[in-house]
Design a protein around this ligand. Sequence first.
Ligand code: GDP
Ligand code: IMO
Ligand code: MG
Length: 418
Amino acid sequence: MDILLGLQWGDEGKGKLVDALSPEYDIIARFQGGPNAGHSLEFNKVKHVLHLIPSGIFHPEKLNIIGNGVVLDPSVFKNETEHLGPPVNELVKRLVISSRANLILPTHRVLDAACEHQKGNLKIGSTLKGIGPAYTDKASRNGLRAGDILRKDFRELYEEHKAAHMALLKNYKYEFKIDEFESGWFEGIELIKKFRIENTEYLINKLASDGRKILAEGAQGTMLDIDFGSYPYVTSSNTISAGACAGLGISPRQVREVFGIFKAYCTRVGSGPFPTELSDETGELIRKTGCEYGATTGRPRRCGWLDLPALRYAIMINGVTRLFMMKADVLSGFRTVKICTSYFIDGKKQDEIPFDNDARIVPEYTELEGWSEDISGIREYKSLPLSLRHYVGFIENYTGVPVKIVSVGPDRNATIFR
Ligand code: GDP
Ligand code: IMO
Ligand code: MG
């Protein structure tokens, strides 16, 4: 199994590359997160955004798996399958759902919103898809799982869970309506019943032992990991490579390559520390050129220069074997580009990512020559501008990991392999 995951704060371009790499694999599997993810991919001039469904779904001969580590919202699943293109009778051949994947209930979404509302200035900036409350129920052993859908008493179970959530919601000063969510949710439940719901850990291990190639598709990014991100400004799952084993039921001995994907700069959507953030016209320019608006919520993404101390940290935690650099085309046109090479805190150089979110990090930058050409049509590494190749070389020297893909546009073909 190879794992592809984000090294920054999400939205690195995972969807695009999973789609582009899918022809080399037999199985594409999501292992964590849920509809908070928005994975974009583009081919034949059409852009698709996936939230729950793995990004290998447009390749008819591939098997896609929603693993046990994912939290599944039936209403999002229904919307997504309806807008995908291929009909349901075709999709059921391409997609299997783990019976152990926990369900996001309509009341989880309300709880997410109520909880954020109560936080006032300390909001996490959640996508409000019910992720936190659903993982809370999973960890506290109160969740409903995809396999439960097939039980005769599913409706009763649902009502019990809903009642427990309604009792919790009394603690919040938050007005809400649940009925409109519920009808779509139950339609989603009926749709899910048409798909294979099984113990996918057996399926995936059988396929691995038959020599089939598996690509695990991460969601969010390492700096949003529940353990290693800037807690509490994180998501509620392990987004790192270790999460792929737990989220699919496959042993670490099966892991071959870990592909770490990063943008040539940084973005973050939601609250929390962002040492290299540019709150000026340069940040605005990157946002405009890179179309940096959330694929799930439409929120403007915060933009800044590439942060190498954070990237090195993410490489260490994940055991990254190859780096893939995205959106190099977006930086075209800057006379110089900056890269953060170290952090200074209280005047002292600091090698570690601080535990304390309030630490006043002053980034130290190295300024490199920019590139001005439109590179979006280039398909060979050696044809890229020399200054961009220097930029890549600088990152490789710093991290000690080779950059094996440079992406120069959103289309699946705008991908340069080295
Ligand atoms: P994901 O969540 O990691 O899959 O990333 P998103 O889809 O949320 O955000 C990445 C955005 O950048 C999407 O709009 C992609 O279409 C776009 N994109 C991906 N790679 C490139 C690239 O190399 N250049 C440009 N200009 N856009 C890209
Ligand atoms: P993909 O897979 C970027 C962020 C939210 C918020 C924090 C917690 O597209 O890269 P949550 O909804 O999980 O409670 O939100 O995490 N976040 C993402 N940011 N890309 C994502 O997914 C994200 N999923 C969650 O903005 O700051
Ligand atoms: Mg995204």
